[in-house]
Design a protein around this ligand. Sequence first.
Ligand code: HEC
Ligand code: HEC
Length: 294
Amino acid sequence: MFDLATRRIIGATVFTLATVITVGMVWLTEEQRMARYEAMHKGKAIENGALLYEQYCATCHGPNGEGVPGKGPDLNPGVFQHYEELKRTQNYANSLRNFIKLNIAAGRPIRTTYRPDEVYAEVMPTWSQDFGGPLRPDQIENLVEFILNWQTGAAMPTPTPAFEAVGSDLTKPLPPGDPKRGEALWNQEIKQASGLPASCKACHSLEPGVVIVGPSMAGIATVAAQIIQSPDYKGQAKTPEEYIRESIQQPNAYIVEPERYAAAPGVSKMPANLGNQMSAQDLADLIAFLMTLK
Ligand code: HEC
Ligand code: HEC
């Protein structure tokens, strides 16, 4: 039917196509694998940072960064405010991440004029081994990740003046939710009304049984329906939607059984301030998206 030369060309074309498709598929799954790895890495970094913070920093800065009189200033929101102030008044050009990192790594061997009215018994110690302190560079990175995770809509200069946070009020009426937009928020393809990216996927996988920091969201609509029926459940929710809503706005209303996500006791908690970062529409959309995961 075909002469030899034509057959060779067809053969070569088929071979090339097959290679392109195979490489393309490997590349695609590699992309997904990398994204998952990065999310998992970030969640773990926050969790490690929380443990280090508890061990080395809480005595002077308070367990939740609220500060300890006579020992150390509040970091939450102090460090975010201080950074904004330096940018405004000193033309400070470094990023927030680097500002926090440098302060931890090198310490403040000399008391600065920040919060001049407060007197602290000791100076901020040097923490990084690079500067003669006790912690490795990766531990410093974990601490930075943990502190950055405190950022709330309230602590930051409001990016969009019209933004109204839904906060922790469970009775506030929500507009109809759009699951597609919820998914885009989840995937950080778009930002919340606050201008901050949704941080959900840093801690929650969508794959069954994969624990990053919090439980997997695979089948959460079904799981939520089971939880509200369980005698251990002490929250207010009557429907799966309400349960998901409560988990986001008032995460401490019911703490998920630790065995479901292999938690380190006392550390792995949902951040309590997520409602301050999102509008009622963002919340409705995230709930609508999670309700599609049956
Ligand atoms: C012995 C008490 C003490 C300990 C322990 C301590 N700090 Fe501090 N820290 C301070 C003091 C005091 C200051 C304010 C220094 C100044 O006035 O310049 C400070 C400042 C800071 C700042 C800069 C705050 C700002 O707004 O400019 C950061 C960030 C910080 N500490 C993080 C940490 C972390 C993370 C740890 C744990 C690894 C830690 N500190 C442990 C006492 C402490
Ligand atoms: C820093 C990590 C972290 C972030 C960020 C985070 N969560 Fe969570 N989440 C957790 C942990 C840990 C739990 C389980 C403990 C608890 O109930 O508080 C949880 C529980 C939940 C639950 C209940 C799950 C169940 O199985 O009962 C829902 C729903 C949820 N999170 C949704 C979200 C959404 C939506 C976002 C983003 C807006 C988000 N989370 C951001 C850590 C996180």
